[in-house]
Design a protein around this ligand. Structure first.
Ligand SMILES: Cc1cc2nc3c(=O)[nH]c(=O)nc-3n(C[C@H](O)[C@H](O)[C@H](O)COP(=O)(O)O)c2cc1C
Length: 327
């Protein structure tokens, strides 16, 4: 007999879709969501998701094998749509009979949803607007994550509470919708479930669990931080687009502004063309998350974190966090 019958009832549809006890996904976090955290989440009754990020198909193959050795429970794989070898990565998921593939980072390219469904997996997508969400469901997506600007990592401009009010009334009855961004406590989960969500996705709250391999300095920065420390990166020149990233403010954030100014000046002088300038901006953060998560460089690396970071105060096992959220 479950100790949380009311929440279980509200989560039934999402849990059945994921094949889990609880309809709580731990959103893929590059470098953080590897075998140890993913298996711990799934073993605790949630749904772990491997962050493929920029991995090669060979590395993804090894990561899936290693994760499956640590858990017999379902877990998923998150693929970034602009990965140059997306279809090879899908093939790796097919070889392992991965049950759920999350397509993140943009509109799924032609044929990708079909390629995933062809081996029987469920496809989970993101959509920034209601119209696009409906289109993706018509094209075969099985579930949707709506993610508000409170979240850690790459974000859109609209808050989770507004997205939930916009999307859930028209989609939740007929479709599986998970809500993400800024969720730190069980009461918040309950309220989105009451609004019709099938479940939720959290990242920040799980990033510093005992099973997370994140560097102790990365975790310590989370424990020190308040909601207001998790800020969105800013774009300073209209010619140089920056997809906002929410992260803890550090020297790296200031250096990013200086970098944009430097590149804008080079553009003004005609020293670089637009393509080279944009590439330089994009490259600035490449590797920055790894520097913080793995090397523990919390000054210059990227400390991606959502506004719920203030509710992350100590290292706890995933099962404890999951129990607290469910309770
Ligand atoms: C450190 C970090 C890294 C992340 N990396 C990714 C990623 O590689 N791919 C992705 O789709 N989402 C990524 N996210 C977003 C999470 O999957 C999740 O949707 C988000 O953290 C949920 O919001 P929350 O942080 O408010 O809980 C990342 C988030 C964090 C905090």
């Amino acid at each position: 007999m479950s100790s949380t019958p009311k929440t279980d009832a509200l989560m039934r549809r999402g849990a059945a879709f994921l094949g889990t006890d609880h309809a709580i996904l731990c959103g893929a976090m590059s470098w953080v969501s590897e075998r140890n955290l993913v298996a711990a989440i799934s073993n605790a009754g949630g749904f772990g998701v491997i962050a493929c990020g920029a991995m090669t198909p060979e590395l993804l193959d090894a990561e899936i094998t290693a994760t499956a050795a640590l858990t017999g429970k379902p877990f998923g794989v998150n693929l970034i749509t602009m990965h140059p070898r997306l279809f090879d990565l899908i093939q790796v998921c097919a070889d392992h009979k991965v049950g759920h593939v999350v397509l993140a980072g943009g509109i799924p390219p032609k044929g990708s949803v079909e390629a995933i469904k062809a081996f029987g997996a469920k496809v989970i997508v993101f959509a920034p607007t209601l119209a696009l969400a409906k289109k993706l469901f018509r094209s075969g997506a099985d579930a949707l994550v709506i993610e508000g600007s409170e979240a850690g990592g790459h974000i859109g401009p609209v808050s989770t509470s507004v997205l939930a009010q916009e999307f859930l009334p028209s989609l939740a009855e007929d479709h599986i919708v998970f809500v993400a961004g800024g969720i730190g406590r069980g009461e918040m989960i309950a309220s989105y479930l009451e609004m019709g969500a099938s479940g939720v996705q959290l990242g920040t709250r799980f990033a510093c669990a005992s099973e997370s391999i994140a560097h102790p300095a990365f975790k310590a920065a989370f424990f020190r931080a308040n909601a207001r420390d998790a800020v969105a990166s800013v774009q300073i020149d209209p010619r140089l687009p920056v997809i906002p990233v929410r992260a803890l403010r550090n020297k790296g954030s200031d250096e990013f502004i200086a970098k944009q100014r430097e590149v804008a000046n080079l553009l003004d002088q005609g020293a670089v063309d637009m393509a080279a300038a944009q590439l330089e901006i994009e490259h600035f953060w490449a590797g920055a998350l790894r520097r913080a998560v793995i090397d523990g460089d919390v000054e210059h690396g990227s400390l991606m974190a959502g506004q719920s970071v203030g509710m992350v105060t100590k290292e706890e096992p995933v099962a404890t966090i999951m129990g607290e959220l469910m309770g």
